[in-house]
Design a protein around this ligand. Structure first.
Ligand SMILES: Nc1ncnc2c1ncn2[C@@H]1O[C@H](COP(=O)(O)OP(=O)(O)OP(=O)(O)O)[C@@H](O)[C@H]1O
Ligand SMILES: [Mg+2]
Length: 435
């Protein structure tokens, strides 16, 4: 029994250079981490605890006289005195030859089996991308949603955040983008999602490689914070691998907030001070490192990133949303009131921004985008009077025009599979000329 379980653990795909192996022992077990003594190790190094015959994967996350280890699968079963092997190097990830249309777990495994054939082993944790390798985002993707294609374009190599409170439609929007954007490789990382959503995603997108090969990496809500965080790095490592092969990659992460929650748990275990709503400072620098791995590159394939961000309590100033809004190339803000009125995707145009409009839209498209924004902005100024019922039809020619144009604009923007209606565009042009 013990031997079987050792063998099973040895089939992990995170590969190890087993030449260096220094032995220590567990000195305490508390919270979600373990302390160990007995040797020198570096932060980020791989360690293994041999507990009751089982090999448990860990990483060194800090230390003083003793080392703090974070076991991948939680602390259950670990005892003081268990043997610890320090492997003397950081984790490596084995890249499968054929990961397409498959679901990998937080260890990077398909069906919990050792890869029968691998292409290469790569560092699990990425290095900073040099600025000289970057390019501007200039090629627009057709998403099939007029609100995105006309007002908030998504370009190849752009980093897009979908921000909303719970249950407004982040995952549904991300699913549609995943389906419609045409790239060579599509990688989705489902972090801390419900298992049901993973199955739904598989049903919708596996074997549907019409617009690119699909790879799913899923770490569901019951997984340890460590596995959730690791699943994102596995997604990034695959994205990087294919991008370096010249492939256009779409990387979807749902959700970045759950990743931040896992990082918060790890940071606090490490003894960091919780400074902003419980988030230690390392969470923000690690989020930047992850986001900055994506982008447009001048000598290899672009990595376009679409990530969902749960806005805690619908408070858009909560620290993670606020920070991510600042570092992403686009923020799409979903609005509960728009969703309640049945308009999907419920993107709030005035609150959302794409920072690549100047490079991805031509002169005419840019003019249309500005005109649509003007209609929404003008409507917003008189919204209270209209909503309160105080406005009498016929009192103002401008407001009468606005009311009818806003309605037809909304109807032709909030939909999928259509182009922005030419008649509506002409109406908007006339409104802007006259008022
Ligand atoms: N395009 C759409 N058309 C109709 N209904 C939709 C659409 N998008 C979302 N909804 C409704 O909103 C609900 C929640 O959507 P979704 O799961 O995408 O939200 P979410 O923001 O990802 O939620 P959570 O925060 O729980 O992850 C759906 O179950 C569906 O009822
Ligand atoms: Mg969701």
């Amino acid at each position: 029994m013990k031997f079987d379980s050792v063998l099973k653990r040895l089939q992990l795909p995170i590969s190890y250079n087993s030449s260096i192996r220094i032995v220590g022992c567990v000195t305490s077990v508390a919270g979600c981490f373990v302390t160990a003594s007995g040797c020198q190790a570096r932060v980020g190094d791989v360690a293994r605890i041999i507990s009751n015959g089982e090999v448990l994967e860990c990483e060194v996350i800090g230390g003083g006289k003793e080392f703090i280890l974070l076991p991948c699968n939680g602390i259950l079963g670990i005892a003081v005195g268990d043997e610890v092997e320090f492997m003397g190097h950081e984790p490596m990830l084995n890249i499968y030859v054929d990961p397409y249309s498959k679901t990998l777990d937080g260890f990077g495994l398909i069906d919990n089996l050792r890869p029968s054939s691998i292409v290469t082993a790569t560092h699990l944790y990425p290095r900073k991308v040099p600025v000289k390798e970057r390019d501007i985002v200039s090629v627009k993707y057709e998403t099939g949603c007029p609100i995105l294609d006309s007002v908030l374009p998504i370009g190849s190599g752009q980093k897009v955040g979908v921000f909303a409170g719970s249950g407004i439609g982040k995952s549904t929007l991300i699913n549609m983008l995943y389906k419609n954007i045409r790239v060579d490789i599509k990688i989705v990382v489902l972090v801390g999602e419900r298992s049901r959503e993973v199955v739904e995603f598989e049903k919708k997108h596996l074997n549907n490689n019409q617009f690119g090969e699909t790879i799913i990496i899923a770490s569901t809500s019951e997984d340890s914070p460590f596995l959730k965080r690791r699943s994102v790095y596995i997604g990034l490592a695959y994205a990087k691998y294919f991008s370096e092969k010249g492939k256009e990659v779409l990387l979807v992460i749902d959700s970045l907030t759950r990743l931040a929650h896992s990082m918060r748990e790890i940071g606090i275990s490490r003894g960091e001070a919780p400074v902003a709503r419980g988030y230690p400072p390392s969470v923000f620098s690690e989020l930047s490192l992850i986001v900055e791995q994506c982008g447009a590159f001048n000598s290899y394939g672009n990595i376009t990133a679409v990530m969902s961000i749960l806005v805690d309590g619908d408070d858009s100033n909560e620290p993670v949303s606020d920070y991510l809004r600042g570092i992403l190339d686009a923020h799409l803000i979903l609005d509960r009131n728009i969703a309640n009125s049945g308009l999907y995707p419920p993107i709030n145009i005035l609150a959302s921004r794409s920072r690549v409009v100047d490079y991805t839209l031509n002169e005419n498209e840019r003019r249309i985008e500005k005109n649509i924004r003007k209609v929404y902005s003008d409507y917003n100024k008189v919204r209270d009077v209209i909503d309160s019922g105080l406005y009498q039809k016929g009192t103002s020619e401008k407001i009468d025009a606005l009311i009818s144009i806003k309605k037809i604009t909304e109807d032709s923007l909030h939909c999928w599979g259509e182009q922005f209606d030419d008649n509506v565009r002409e109406e908007i042009d006339r409104y802007v000329e006259n008022f």
